[in-house]
Structure formats: C-alpha cells, structure tokens
Design a protein around this ligand. Structure first.
Ligand code: PEP
Ligand code: MG
Length: 886
C-alpha cells in the first residue's frame, strides 16, 4: 500500500497537527492545528513535503496515484464548501501555496484564484454580485499562473497594466473599471498564446496539476537555493503544497484583510498589534498601494479608522484568537487574516520574528505570566542577538537622513567626522581627541591602528567577512561594509552618493546593525543591562556552569567586561601596550639594539609603564584572575615601515637612516605568522619576558599592598614543545622571586601556556607537567590546523561557503570536527597529567554561541571573549547546561 501523502484540514476531521511540521511544512501544520483548536480557517489540504522529493525523483511530473489521492481530497473540499471545482455557476476557487518546514519568505511560489475560466468568471460575478471582483480575480489568476506555472515573464503583463493606466490617465490599479479588466484579460490571454503556442487552459484540473507541479519545482529555483545556502537550510527537505479554498477580502465594504502580531514585535510589549485594509486582498497590503489602518482604537491617527471601530465584532473575535494562539503555541504569533462578507478566517500563523529587545522582553514577560517556565525563557533568546543590545544604538526616535545602505557588518552606532586615511584617523582621534569615521574603499592590516582609533568604519567594497568586517567585529566596533553606491575619491578627499557630496571633516553616522549610512550627527543611546535584560541574565546565572572571562588589554575594557558579568581576564595581550604614546620609541630602541645590554637599557624604560598598566588592570579586576600573555607578535611589527617614519626614528636615535632600513629589512620575514614570534622571542631574548614578568609581579605586589586581591596568571604564547615552556617558567619564576625579595610582599601567581600550535595539543601531557593552566588559542590553532592565513581568508572564504566546502568561516565558528578535536585531545592529555588542570579558551570562538556550547560539553573550565560578547557567552553557556540536563 502506498503511503498517505495528502492531508485534509478545516472540516471536523482535520488530519494534521503542529507536530507534523517536518512533513506538512510550517504553513500546513499550523493551518491544521488552528482547525483543531477551533480557529476558523478556509478548508483545504496539504500535499506533504516528502512528495516534493519524490516528485523530483520521478522527473518533475505528477503521477497517477498521487493525482487520484489529490482528486479525492478535492472532492472532500467541494463537499465541505458546498461548491464544485470547475462549476460555471458557483465555482470553487482555490489557492496553491508552498510551505516548507523552515519558513523561506517570498522564496517560493503562490497561485491564487485558481479555477476561473471564461465561463466560471461570469458565474463568479453573478453569485458574488461583484463583476469587478470577478474580473480582477481572473486577470490576477492569468498573470500568476502564466508567470509561476508557465515561466512567462511577469513584466509582460505589468507592461499591459501600465499601458492601460497611462491611456486612461489612472493613478492606481484600483481605478481600473470592469471593462478595463475584461480588456486586460483578453490581452493577457493573447500573451499566453503567443508565448506558449496554445490557448490559456480552460480546464481547472489542468490548471491545478500545472500549479502543483510549479510549486514543487519552485523548491529548486535559484532564489530558493541561494536562500537555503545562506541560512543553512538542508536542500533535501522539500516543500509541501497547500491547496485551500479561496476567501476574498475584496468583495466589498464588509470585507478586508490584515496582519496581526499577538505582541508587539519591535518592543515586545504585551499588546495586540497589527494593520488591516478594508475591501482588499493580501497582496494589496504587501504592495503598499493603500495605507493600512491600525487594529486598535488607541492607535488611530487623524483620518484613520481602526478595525476596533470599523468592525467591532470581528475585532473581538480577533482578540480571542490572539489569546488562544498564544496560549496554544506559548510564543508570539504573527498571523494573517481575511474577512469575507463579515466572516473572519485565518490564513496563516507562525512564530513571529522579533527584535532583540522584544525577544528578551517577551521571554521574561511570558515566564512571569506563567506561560512558559524559566528554562524555556532562557532558551528562547538567540545569544547572537544580544550583541545589538550592547552597543550604542541610534536613538530610535531620532530623525535621520539616510545616504545609502551597506552591509550591517558589525553592530552598534557611530558618529564622527569623515577621514579617508588610517594614519590621519589615528592622529585625529589620538592626538586631537576627535571622533572620526574611517571611510575606505576597503581596509587592510595596515589600517588597524586607524580602525582602532575610529568610532566606526565604512567601506565601499567587501562583504561580511572582509577585513574591515572581521576586524571591526573583533574590536566590537561599528562597521558598515560594501556600501557599493558610494563613489569615493581619495584624491579630492570626498565621496559622492545619491547626488550628495560628503567631504573630509563632514559628520556622518553609521548604523552597523542595519547598514545605514546617515548624514550628520544622529543621536545615539548607551546600552545598559537593565530591566528585563537584567532579569534574564539573573536567570542565566541559575543554570550556567561554564566560566566566562574576557579578553581585555586595558583597565577600561576590563571594567566594561566586569559590568557585563566577566569573571576574570582570560587574555590580556601585552603588545598593545607597546604601541601607546612614547613607549613605541623605547620599544623601537629595544628592537634596534645590537647587544643584550642595549636591549636591557631600552626595556628598563618600558618597564615602569607596563607596570602601571598592570596596576590599573589588577585594580579593575580586584578579586578576579587576570591572565597576562607575554609578548607575542614578531618584532618587525613595531618598526616604522614608511621612509618618513624611518627618518624620524633615525634622528631620534641619532643613527643613520640606512641603519634603520637595514634592521627593518633584516627583521622582515616571509611568513611572519610562523616566524620569530611568541615564545620564540622569549627564548631568543629572555630579557623581554623577564622584564614583563617583573612588571606584572611588581604591579601585583603593589596592588596587594593596597589591600586588594590580585590573582595573576602569566601565560606564554605559541608553545609547541615542553622545553620552551620549561625554560620560560624559569625566567618568570626567577624574576618573580627577585621582586618578592625586594618588596617583601608575596603574591600567588601561576605560569601557564597557550595551546595554539597543533603540536602542543599532541604533547599536551608533557607540557602539563610544567604548565599550571592551559588556554586554547583557537585563532592560531585554526590557522595552523587548516593552513588558512588568518589575514587572508577573506579572499576565498565566501567561495568555499558557496561551494559547500565550508559551512562557516572557521575563524568565527569553531570547526568542531577538526580544530575542536584537537582541543579535546589537548584537554584530555593535559588533564591526564594534571587532573585539575584549569583549561580555558581565548580565541575569537570564546564568544560564539555554538563554540561556547562545544567548550562546555567537552569540559573546559571557562571561555574568554571580548567585553561585548560576555553576555552572549553567558547566555550560550546557560543554554548549553539546560540542553545537557534535558
Ligand atoms: C589565538 O591565537 O587564539 C589567540 C588568542 O592569540 P592571538 O589572537 O593574539 O594570536
Ligand atoms: Mg595566538
């Protein structure tokens, strides 16, 4: 016996339900479910999604058994409706719509008013006593059927409508008269004949078979494939097809159509929200031809009539449905309704999309109302969404003039003066204290300093993983990338867009959450964890087990992260401290030294400054652990690359410029990422690590003497052999001991290592003999495992994703199969040597939800991420713990 493929809904024996979403698609399952709980839906039937896959297997043709099954359900529909399909007096008209398990808005096809032909249109006009409705429905049907089912270009029909409107001097489609519509139907049928070489099909069954085939086939149209690729939706789900009796919202003044949300999707308030149009069809609302009216009386603006006033009975029914749907689905629903001659029908309901703010508010409110439990509330908020709540935001009430839109590459808002050069951005921001927006065609690693100093970054080229986008996200800095409409001229220092010219020094505002580029200063507001957000984060703490620390290099960032709930610093990169103010001069002196003695002299100048930085950071993190990593990048990064700068430094150091050039040359490397960096610097110049260790321990002693609680952890980068760590530990311990001897104060400190070279994961058991903690540096570990350069992946990652080689950018989402396996192995081997070895992760992945969950599940002690990602990591960790307990 063949399996059941078609499921009826809307009479007393509805065959589907919500739980069958996978099989019936979201729309089909929810229509059935609404029928089950007594909400009026126009009856119909759903051909299930697996049939779509069979349809492709069978060469994209409906087969006899399937047609029989559909025919039976059509007869049942006729019985339920008391009308016959193909009848000339009072025809049953249907819609044919797609509906996959995961909603893919607008990606697949829909055909309305199916069942009309030259005779039925007359009957339909008679029974509805509405010629305009009948002929308008017929012309819409011919248009949709020709386009969707037969692949005739939609523009051909639109042109005819435009011609007619021009000839008659009409402004809107609604001005078309019955005679106009009849004429259009004639012209449309001619187009059809010309294109297909046969007349427009008059047999409704034939129309139906063609339409069902078209909807199935639309699963594999280019739009749908691209959408699935972008949203990681599997290609083998298929779409269901819903055939449903038509209801008309445009039969007269007692009809209408609208969209409603059970709560406000933008604020999250528990308030019925939506819009409707009297005497209109669904497409009219979408097309925006007429301005919709509010549902609620208290939202009426001048000249508007709300549904509450216009149709009080229908409004009351909708309010009941609002409660029923929410109680049933225990989540906010977004639904479409049609009123036909005073009768209300729901055409669709689904879980409504919402802003981050609304998501948090709804989750907390629904828990407080008793609709969901606490665990569900914590699980319901998408951690990634929190980010938009944590950056300065454009004041939603502000007026703005949008110049253009690019990609929303890194969220937040930024206001500043336009600067086109990174060095200039740096100088303006750091020395003149100006707020600047760096505008570039695209950015490269050379722009980092300018990017870090700017309030926000705007690029003309590049995608979501372009250098600008990736770096900006890493910095938690607002960025709009790929704003391709901009014509940028570096020479004249201005850009032109939308006919307007913006010059260097002019103010612009960026919204990195929407991609908007605005003229002038648009007011922003600072975020805070308060209200429902605060409550949700309190609940998060009830479930979270995984520790969450932050990556912070300054006291400011440390404080920020602490306010967001960080439980320590997991990575303090010390190289940034080398760049600031006058220190860079001393750092360069140190690098350019020819002897150890000279080097030590230069290091002595840096030491007090480093120590002061650590004092500030330790103070900010009173009572919490602070992991400080010793110098990591290759030394040449600190040297001046440009001739002008080289001359300047030669003058300062009183040496010949050639000497500087030679040194820069000598230090440059073919593969700096794999070169003289990390612990290799400590091995070759132990005095550098010695100085840093001394500065850290001195600062710790000083802060301890002030009565604060310091927990320093000194971390050695890029270790690949146990010997490297052993030797560096001796250097650090000796330096510390000397400080203790001098200061007569003693602090407990630990010496540990980053695990970021693949070899380290293999020999982790040996490294753990010396290491007092591990921290996985998954940025470098990903780089060295894949062999993908961290700085160059932007050139090909998009293509790899398109070609299904990579699902994600592995520098953003931890590659659990490869890199993750190494992390697991390193962890297991390390803990084999030291059962209680503290192990964390401080690569970018520490703030990415799926990676955080992975870290929890394999048993890491903590993740460490940028300050703005701390709440995201906390929420992800709580969700992981809840999921594990279920
Ligand atoms: C890492 O490699 O993961 C890491 C945190 O260090 P960095 O990004 O500074 O190389
Ligand atoms: Mg690293």
């Amino acid at each position: 016996m063949s399996r059941k493929r078609v499921f009826f809904f809307g009479d007393e024996n509805t065959e589907g339900k919500t739980e069958m979403k996978e099989q019936l698609g979201g729309k089909g399952a929810n229509l059935a479910e609404m029928a089950n709980i007594g909400i009026p839906v126009p009856p119909g039937f759903t051909i299930d999604a697996p049939t779509c896959i069979e349809y492709f297997d069978k060469g994209e043709k409906l087969w006899d058994d399937l047609r029989d099954e559909i025919r039976k359900h059509l007869e049942r529909l006729e019985k339920t409706m008391g009308k016959k399909f193909g009848d000339n007096e009072d025809p049953l008209l249907v819609s044919v719509r797609s509906g996959a398990k995961i909603s893919m808005p607008g990606m697949m096809d829909t055909i309305l008013n199916l069942g009309l032909n030259d005779d039925a249109v007359e009957g339909f006009a008679k029974v509805t006593d509405n010629k305009r409705l009948a002929w308008d429905s017929y012309r819409r049907f011919i248009q949709m059927f020709s386009d969707v089912a037969m692949g005739i270009e939609a523009d051909k029909f639109e042109e005819k409508i435009e011609e007619m409107k021009q000839k008659k001097n009409y402004e809107n489609d609604t001005d078309l008269t019955v005679d106009d519509l009849k004429e259009l139907v004639k012209q449309f049928k001619e187009i059809y004949k010309e294109e297909k070489g046969e007349p427009f099909p008059q047999d409704p069954k034939e129309q139906l078979w063609d339409s069902i085939e078209a909807v199935f086939s639309s699963w594999n149209n280019n739009r749908a494939i691209t959408y699935r690729n972008l949203n990681n939706i599997p290609h083998d789900l298929g779409t269901a097809v819903n055939v449903q009796a038509m209801v008309f919202g445009n039969t007269g003044e007692n009809s209408g159509t609208g969209v409603a949300f059970t709560r406000d999707p933008s604020t999250g308030k528990n308030k019925f929200y939506g819009e409707f149009l009297p005497n209109a069809q669904g497409e009219d609302v979408v097309a925006g031809i007429r301005t919709p009216q509010p549902l609620n009386k208290d939202e009426e603006k001048e000249g508007q009539t709300s549904l509450e006033v216009y149709m009080p009975e229908i409004y009351k029914q909708l309010r009941k449905i609002q409660k029923k749907l929410e109680n049933h689905y225990t989540d906010m629903q977004d639904f479409e309704f049609t009123i036909q001659d005073g009768e209300l029908y729901l055409l669709q309901t689904r879980t409504g999309k919402r802003t981050a703010k609304a998501a948090v508010k709804m989750a907390v409110d629904m828990k407080e109302e008793g609709l969901i439990d606490k665990k569900t509330a914590v699980k319901r908020v998408d951690p990634d969404k929190l980010e938009t709540l944590l950056h300065p935001m454009i004041d939603p009430k502000a007026e703005k003039e949008v110049l253009t839109e690019g990609l929303p590459a890194s969220p937040g808002a930024a206001v500043g003066k336009v600067v086109f050069d990174s060095e200039e951005a740096y100088l303006k921001a750091e020395e003149e204290g100006e707020k600047v927006i760096l505008v570039r065609l695209e950015t490269s690693p050379e722009d980092i300093k300018g990017m870090a100093a700017a309030e926000g970054i705007l690029t003309v080229r590049g995608g979501m993983t372009s250098h600008a986008a990736v770096v900006a996200r890493g910095m938690g800095k607002c960025c709009v990338a790929g704003a391709g409409e901009i014509n940028l001229d570096y020479e004249t220092q201005e850009f032109e867009v939308d006919g307007k010219t913006i010059k260097k020094g002019d103010f612009i505002t960026l919204d990195g959450s929407s991609g908007e580029v605005m003229k002038g200063k648009v007011p922003t507001i600072e975020p805070k964890i308060k209200g429902e957000f605060e409550k949700l984060m309190e609940w998060v703490e009830e479930y979270r087990e995984l520790g969450v620390r932050t990556n912070a290099d300054t006291a400011h960032d440390a404080e920020l992260a602490r306010n967001f709930g960080a439980e320590g610093i997991g990575l303090c990169r010390t190289e940034h401290m080398f760049f600031e103010g006058e220190r860079i001069q001393a750092v360069r002196e140190m690098i350019l030294s020819n002897t150890e003695e000279e080097r030590r002299k230069a290091l002595k100048k840096i030491e007090p400054m480093q120590k002061d930085d650590f004092v500030e950071i330790f103070k900010a993190m009173d009572g919490l652990p602070v992991t400080v990593r010793l110098l990591d990048p290759p030394l040449h990064e600190f040297l001046p690359m440009e001739e002008e700068q080289q001359k300047e430094i030669a003058k300062d150091l009183d040496v010949d410029v050639e000497e500087i050039k030679d040194k820069v040359e000598a230090l440059s490397e073919i593969n700096p990422m794999l070169g003289h960096r990390g612990v290799r610097l400590g091995i070759t110049y132990p005095e550098i690590y010695e100085m840093q260790a001394r500065a850290i321990i001195r600062a710790a002693c000083e802060v301890k003497d002030e009565g604060l609680d310091v927990i320093p952890e000194i971390m050695i980068p890029l270790v690949g052999t146990p010997e490297e760590l052993d030797q560096m530990k001796v250097v650090v311990d000796d330096a510390a001991q000397k400080v203790f001897d001098q200061t007569k104060t003693k602090v407990d400190y630990k010496v540990g290592t980053m695990i970021e070279v693949p070899r380290a994961t293999v020999v982790a058991d040996e490294i753990a003999k010396t290491a007092e903690f591990f921290s996985f540096g998954t940025n470098d570990l990903t780089q060295m495992t894949y062999g993908f350069s961290r700085d160059d992946i932007g050139k090909f990652v998009n293509i790899y994703q398109k070609k299904n080689i990579l699902e994600n950018d592995p520098f953003q989402v931890l590659d659990q199969k490869g890199v993750g396996e190494l992390v697991k192995m390193g962890l297991e081997r390390g803990r084999k040597t030291k059962k209680d070895l503290k192990v964390g992760i401080c690569g970018e992945h520490g703030g990415e939800p799926s990676s955080v969950k992975f870290c929890y599940n394999i048993g890491l002690d903590y993740v460490s991420c940028s300050p703005y990602r701390v709440p995201i990591a906390r929420l992800s960790a709580a969700q992981a713990a809840i999921e594990k307990s279920e």
